[in-house]
Design a binder for this molecule. Structure first.
Ligand SMILES: [Zn+2]
Length: 150
């Protein structure tokens, strides 16, 4: 999925879950972490980058484990009264997990191990279908948020 769609979909999903713009931004920051770890495909050897693409940086258990560790000692993660660093890091992990889920619908990502990749490939990255998929997720989140927030 293109970064613009990662950012939009992740931000809207995080805002729908938290109803907090700051936590949504933390999720959006987390949504670029898996690709940032891999580096820039245009600087250096493309094929070296390609070999690492969607490798251990896209292994969901890393972010899930960190989120669970934070959840152990941080109350009220979904709707905190006072937002502190653990809340931001937790929502950053949520953003990274959403990034990986978004990549899994247009390619393959690791699941249980960093080297065993799985995915659906419902559409090609950058295709019209990707943008329609992103718009559909945004509309679904808007409807659900509107229904549940009263
Ligand atoms: Zn990615």
């Amino acid at each position: 999925m293109k970064w613009v769609n990662h950012e939009i979909v992740t931000g809207v999903v995080c805002y729908s879950l938290s109803s907090d713009p700051l936590l949504a931004i933390a999720g959006m920051v987390g949504a670029i972490v898996p690709d940032k770890i891999e580096g820039n495909p245009r600087s250096g050897n493309y094929w070296s980058w390609r070999a690492r693409h969607r490798g251990w940086s896209h292994w969901p258990l890393l972010y899930l484990l960190l989120a669970l560790l934070i959840a152990q000692g941080t109350p009220d993660l979904l709707h905190p009264a006072d937002i502190a660093m653990p809340h931001l890091v937790f929502w950053g992990c949520v953003g990274a997990l959403l990034h990986i889920a978004e990549d899994a619908v247009c390619g393959k990502v690791p699941l249980l191990t960093p080297w065993g990749k799985h995915g659906l490939r419902l559409f090609a990255v950058g295709s019209v279908t990707e943008y329609l998929f992103a718009i559909a997720i945004v509309c679904l989140c808007w409807l659900l948020h509107r229904s549940f927030s009263g």
